[in-house]
Design a binder for this molecule. Sequence first.
Ligand SMILES: C[S@@+](CC[C@H](N)C(=O)[O-])C[C@H]1O[C@@H](n2cnc3c(N)ncnc32)[C@H](O)[C@@H]1O
Length: 204
Amino acid sequence: MGFYEAQVLPRAVHVLLGTPGMARIRRPALAGLAGTVVELGFGSGSNVGLYPPAVERVLAVEPNATARHLAGRRLERHPEPPVEWVGLDGARVPLPDAAADAVLVTFTLCTIPDLDAALGEARRLLRPGGAVHFLEHGLAPDPAVARRQRRLEPLQKRLGGGCHLTRDAPTALERAGFRLAELHRFRAGSAVLGTMSAGRAVRP
Ligand SMILES: C[S@@+](CC[C@H](N)C(=O)[O-])C[C@H]1O[C@@H](n2cnc3c(N)ncnc32)[C@H](O)[C@@H]1O
């Protein structure tokens, strides 16, 4: 990993995704979380302070050391629920089967290199009836926007640490065997980020 991805990008993400406006769109995706939550792509902890009171602990998976360091300040401000670092790769999490009541992913399914492996892992980690709570950007339904997203994706992947513009989280979740129990679609603030998807996908 070069200097940009190791040092610059996590700081930019920390600022851009940590605004009060972003907190407003995060809250609905976090609603209903309870018990043990595995958060894949924890980043610098932009969801810290927003977890509902029923969350007992968060098991965090995050490969970027700078992001983990930046999270420290937020975790000091919000010591409850406790957050424990448990892994570096959402596609291979060193936890037993059915260890989680819920899995949380926000702006992460766009970036994890092996999306299907990570969703298979999320399914393995969830107890039956547990759900993936998600908030992700993805492919726009408007063909003109989608064409632009396809054109810009190589650049976005370079600038965004592997972030894809054309993934569709709900489709990927269904492909991985989840049942979409709740799905809200809305336009992202920036056209190139396409459509936002927020909701809950249940492990049968
Ligand atoms: C755009 S950031 C989002 C961070 C945070 N979830 C948020 O909502 O602000 C994407 C995160 O996914 C992480 N990531 C990249 N590859 C990953 C992997 N294989 N497993 C888990 N997380 C990964 C990145 O390090 C980064 O922190």
